[in-house]
Design a protein. Sequence first.
Length: 254
Amino acid sequence: MIAGARLARPSERARGKRPLLFVHGIGSTAAIWDAQLEAFGDEYTCAAIELRGNGTQKPDPDPASITREGYAEDALAVADALRAERFILVGCSLGGVVAFELWRRAPQRIAGMLLLGSFARYPDGERYAEQSAAQVREIGNMRAFGELRAAKLGLPAERFRETVEQYGCKSVECFLAATKMTWTGDYLELLPTIDVPTLVAYGERDVVAPRALAEQIVAGIRGAQLVSIPNAGHVANADNPAEFNRVLRAFIEG
């Protein structure tokens, strides 16, 4: 077991293939990638990274350590523990932000990216982060905030419970720090420097990071491709895992 990650146990079929590193979004934990670890874990070395401050590792870190640079360090620490000199990064929402920060810091480590429900710069991100933080402070309880958030996303019953549980394991202080880090980055000028295969995906019902933000990323990265995940919202890998897995497999095998 590697600290800060959920791992699949690869077979000999994984030998010689690029490892897959999965990075969750702000409202999730590494468990959101369990369907992908199950689907790909026998063929690839797979790790779902647990970013600092997301509740499943106790005690919580100092909220001041929760930065985009710190998140990138978390990803690199897992890659180093796996002895993965280069890897394919699969990131959802905040996970895409982490991918951009990793590219800024260590582009030689990334062999390809699949960015899901993410953005290079969130529209009016400072205000969005402040509004989200104010709501969390007013409610004062992450489980109750998770219920409110999940209700707005219109999730099915099984996804509703999962989402609330993943919000509920986080502390208010760490979530507030993560909120600022998620929504206030600006990587638009970085996009033209990305020269590895990149697939940008979005859930067709995503109201948090809709198609326009995916298109903005594709416009900035030469050769990047765009794909929609049907019957899915912001966390399309969990909303429609069968279709997301098909898209991911086509990307990594192509």
